[in-house]
Design a protein around this ligand. Structure first.
Ligand code: NAD
Ligand code: UFG
Length: 333
């Protein structure tokens, strides 16, 4: 298949490009590089021995998106382009609503215009709100705790309504849990612009001595040790989940959790990182972060049953691969 990958230069997108190319698909990336670098796509080519076609465009720009769509005959779109930091979305809600919703609408509109009927959307576990864990696809969604979460819930709604009106479309809403780690080559990984918002890249930057210490946001949650619990999933497993999703020929809306089904606290992840890599990560406990919930992990049985996909890599792989990427590449920035 020929797949358009908006946001394909980013963390999850770049790993998914590798998985798609390795599975024999042709990949066209559209990214404005607001949180990534074009060199990432050269490294994708080094890993796979295959080239990606790249357009540096903003996918909220309908004219630019339509121009790309007109040049290729796409079989589907996997839409990663968006902003993703929960706390930042509390401070800058309009930025989040605009980028995340307009990008989805512009891409979907262009798909309608160009007859592309397969749309895979990067949704998020945040749409479950403070439901009881583990989160299962059949649950009624509770209001997300942040504007970011609302952008994902609203995008899901928009795409569901679109399928209602266009029953020959296939929309996959993939609800990611917490992707971490990096490609085992150490060539691509999580390389956010500026100070990381997410936990794992913050840990690797502290371990590399680039940031003084990790700030752990709250140790008074009702969890195993008081720190927040998340379902960390190796990004290569997550990327493979997209290939499995593309392989499923299905009309209508399909919703899948992509996680491991295991919850890990912030302190447990810090200790796992220290043990896996033999390096200390200094930290301090600070106040809770706005927009956070206590616990978030997946029921993964549906993806396993229907997609034949299951996360294979564990916490040690996630910690080693994230650290290898930091040492081999990102540390030189
Ligand atoms: P990322 O920031 O590394 O990648 C996003 C990419 O999209 C970047 O390359 C950025 O430059 C690009 N982009 C953003 N807005 C754009 C626009 N308007 N036009 C063109 N390009 C644009 O983030 P990621 O971690 O790879 O996340 C990818 C998607 O998955 C996002 O939609 C995110 O909300 C979702 N998601 C991420 C996580 C996570 O923990 N990383 C979890 C659940 C869902
Ligand atoms: N945390 C810290 N210190 C930090 C960063 C994070 O203690 O410097 C804690 C958070 O409070 C939370 C946990 O580490 O308990 C994970 O935080 P992240 O920022 O890494 O991830 P989130 O769970 O907030 O959100 C991520 C993505 C979202 C996605 C969600 C799905 O950023 O896009 O996972 O579960 F939707």
């Amino acid at each position: 298949m020929v797949i358009l990958v908006p946001g394909g230069a980013g963390f999850i997108g770049s790993h998914t490009c590798v998985a798609l190319l390795e599975a024999g698909h042709e990949v066209v990336v559209a990214d404005n590089l607001c949180n990534s670098k074009a060199e990432v796509l050269d490294r994708v080519a080094t890993i796979t021995g295959k080239k990606v076609t790249f357009y540096q465009i903003d996918v909220t720009d309908a004219e630019a998106v339509n121009a790309v769509m007109a040049k290729h005959s796409f079989n589907g779109v996997i839409h990663f382009a968006g902003f993703k930091a929960v706390a930042e979305s509390v401070e800058k809600p309009l930025l989040y609503y605009y980028n995340n919703l307009v990008s989805t609408m512009v891409l979907a509109q262009a798909c309608l215009k160009h007859g592309v009927k397969r749309f895979v959307f990067s949704s998020s576990a945040t749409v479950y709100g403070a439901n009881k864990v583990p989160f299962v696809e059949t649950m009624a969604l509770l209001p997300p705790a942040s504007p970011y979460g609302h952008t994902k819930a609203m995008s899901e709604r928009i795409l569901m309504d679109l399928v209602e009106a266009n029953p020959d479309w296939s929309v996959m809403l993939l609800r990611y849990f917490n992707p971490v780690g990096a490609h085992p080559s150490g060539l691509i990984g999580e390389a956010p612009t500026g100070i990381p918002n997410n936990l794992m890249p913050y840990i690797t930057r502290v371990a590399a001595g680039k940031l003084a210490r990790l700030r752990i946001f709250g140790n008074d949650y009702p969890t195993v040790d008081g720190t927040g619990v998340r379902d960390y999933i190796h990004v290569v497993d997550l990327a493979e989940g997209h290939v499995a999703a593309l392989n499923k020929p299905a009309k209508g809306v399909q919703i899948y959790n992509l996680g491991t089904g295991r919850g890990t606290s912030v302190l447990q992840l810090v200790h796992a990182f220290e043990e896996a890599n033999g390096i200390k990560v200094p930290y301090e406990i600070v106040a809770r972060r706005p927009g956070d919930i206590a616990e978030c992990y997946a029921d993964v049985s549906k993806a396993e049953r229907e997609l034949g996909w299951k996360a294979k890599r564990g916490l040690v792989d996630m910690c080693r691969d994230a650290w290898r990427f930091e040492k081999n590449y990102y540390v030189k920035d």
